[in-house]
Design a protein around this ligand. Structure first.
Ligand code: AMP
Ligand code: MG
Length: 520
């Protein structure tokens, strides 16, 4: 890991917490606190993302060195760097939560490689001033889920933070996984996450809530200078353009989530990246059956605030909180209101375009909206696996029996669907066939285009759980298999055909497969 190009900026340009004691407390007038990772007892490397290592300019041979392991497990601090935890606040489940901060994430350093900036961060490397009641640690199961999913999302072309490595610390961590009073020890682990920056909406909210406008301005100017330099030198107009771009990026991210059937599960404002990246993989999940009302997060079971169908609205709500935080820099509400208003019409348009692409439509027609609405009704009539349906839809041909080619038996067994539902499906396929008649692409070309939009393989909840169960027993092969497969989610990869299947019945109600708590 020698000769990486360290290029620290956040902990150089922004105000530090002068108190360097690692005690839990409120931190004022500072963007971060310097903190040293905890010493792991017996670190062990489980997996490395070689793509990520290369993007960082890390020599592929060095990832199996002791030096690499020491850095990504927190055992050693890289020469001439100063790790730190960021200060931020947030709205959690719709309520103001005050100061939160990196309670179990420690930023190591930033690097520049091929003109790109990357920040490296350890999740689970010990307490920080922001740990509140928590221990600053992470368990193997949640670390596997974050490691596999963030790299899978990247390969699905969904904006996301990345992961460089997954290590065991050799220490045990106490967790009450189901919040039912049965705490147990689990293996401790650390993911080294990577993103251009880990700044969240909540970083801005913290300063705004405290009326610390000096640090609010410094943070915003820094963010624009480093990550939105094309907007120009900070000014009132530029702050508005900045907010507009964050809104657009956030919207694009959400449209991608809806496209692949990803449900974040905890869209609190502290989990919203200022770069519009998917961040903080906790109790997330993938739709199996298409269902707007589904959430993987048991903590949200009552209100289902963060359900699949509500993600676009919540992103807008979160953007409103960010607008409130940036308001003091502009002191004019109108421009923010206009951007928030436009988000709604832009969403409708982008969602429609995205759905057209899932259906293989290159042109647009007035009837597309009702074609898509009717499809959603069909998908909801009986439990319909979202991934398999859209992947199979590429095989539609006018003269073939669509029910056989696409729906049965891949999606429904005979008793699982009523004759009435089948009739509605037939009507829909007929309308779809007529609509395709207005397109010019050949079946083959349409199939090719659809297969680049509708993934064949996603990290179904039970798949991650199988990898976790094996890893808890010391076997990491399934992590490797899933990691490799998910690098090419749009390719046929017939050797992995067994993963192109509906969730097995045993997984329907198994903890970790269909529902997850925030315990991690
Ligand atoms: P989350 O919603 O999981 O992203 O976390 C919300 C807040 O709780 C953040 O400030 C986290 O840093 C903090 N947090 C979560 N788990 C722990 C933990 N085990 N120890 C310390 N802080 C934690
Ligand atoms: Mg978080």
């Amino acid at each position: 890991m020698k000769n990486i190009n360290i290029a620290d900026s956040f902990n150089v340009e922004l105000k530090e917490d002068e108190n360097v004691d690692n005690t839990r407390r409120k931190v004022f007038e500072a963007a971060y606190s310097f903190v040293t990772p905890l010493q792991p007892s017996k670190p062990q490397l489980i997996h490395v993302s070689m793509d990520m290592a290369k993007s960082l300019g890390i020599d592929p041979k060095s990832v199996h060195s002791e030096e690499f392991l020491n850095i990504v497990s927190g055992k050693e601090v890289y020469p001439n760097t100063r790790p730190y935890a960021m200060a931020y606040a947030g709205h959690q489940f719709g309520s103001w939560a005050g100061q939160l901060g990196d309670g179990r994430a420690i930023n190591l350093f930033e690097v520049e490689h091929n003109h790109k900036r990357w920040a490296l961060q350890l999740k689970g490397a010990g307490p920080t001033p922001y740990s509140r009641q928590g221990d600053g640690l992470a368990v193997l199961r949640s670390s596997i889920r974050e490691y596999l999913c963030s790299e899978a999302m990247f390969h699905l072309n969904v904006p996301t933070t990345r992961a460089l490595s997954l290590v065991l610390t050799g220490d045990e961590v106490l967790r009450d996984m189901l919040y039912d009073g049965n705490a147990a020890y689990e293996k401790g682990a650390i993911v080294c996450r990577v993103a251009p920056t880990f700044i969240r909406f909540g970083n801005f909210e913290l300063f705004a809530a405290r009326q610390d406008f000096k640090n609010l301005k410094a943070l915003t100017d820094y963010t624009i200078r480093y990550f939105f330099p094309h907007l120009g030198a900070p000014s009132k107009e530029v702050y508005i353009s900045f907010f507009r771009e964050v809104a657009n990026r956030t919207l694009d991210m959400i449209v991608h989530w809806q496209r692949v059937g990803f449900v974040h599960g905890v869209m609190n404002t502290d989990n919203m990246s200022i770069l519009g990246l998917t961040i903080d993989y906790g109790p997330y999940g993938w739709l199996e059956g298409f269902d707007f009302g589904w959430t993987p997060n048991t903590t949200d079971r009552q209100n289902k605030r963060y359900r699949y169908g509500n993600q676009p609205n919540i992103a807008l709500w979160n953007l409103l909180q960010l607008a409130n935080a940036l308001f003091p820099l502009v002191e004019e509400a109108k421009p923010f209101e206009a951007i928030l208003h436009k988000y709604q019409t832009d969403f409708d348009q982008k969602f429609l375009d995205m759905m057209r692409s899932k259906l293989g439509l290159q042109t647009s027609s007035k009837q597309d909206k009702s074609l898509i609405d009717n499809l959603q009704d069909c998908l909801l009539m009986a439990e319909t696996d979202m991934t398999i349906f859209f992947r199979n839809l590429a095989s539609y041909e006018k003269d073939k029996d669509a029910i056989k080619a696409i729906l049965m038996p891949a999606l429904y067994r005979p008793k699982e669907i009523s004759p009435k539902s089948l009739e509605l499906w037939s009507q829909w396929f007929k309308a779809y066939g007529q609509r395709l008649g207005k397109e010019t692409l050949s079946n083959k070309a349409r199939k090719g285009a659809m297969n680049k939009i509708n993934p064949k393989y996603v990290l179904r909840n039970y798949m991650a759980q199988m990898a976790i169960d094996e890893a808890n027993g010391g076997n990491y092969q399934l992590i490797e298999e899933l990691f490799t497969m998910l690098k090419k989610p749009y390719d046929e990869q017939t050797e992995y055909e067994k993963w192109f299947a509906k969730r097995p019945e045993w997984a329907r109600h198994k903890v970790g497969c269909s529902m997850l708590s925030c315990s991690s």
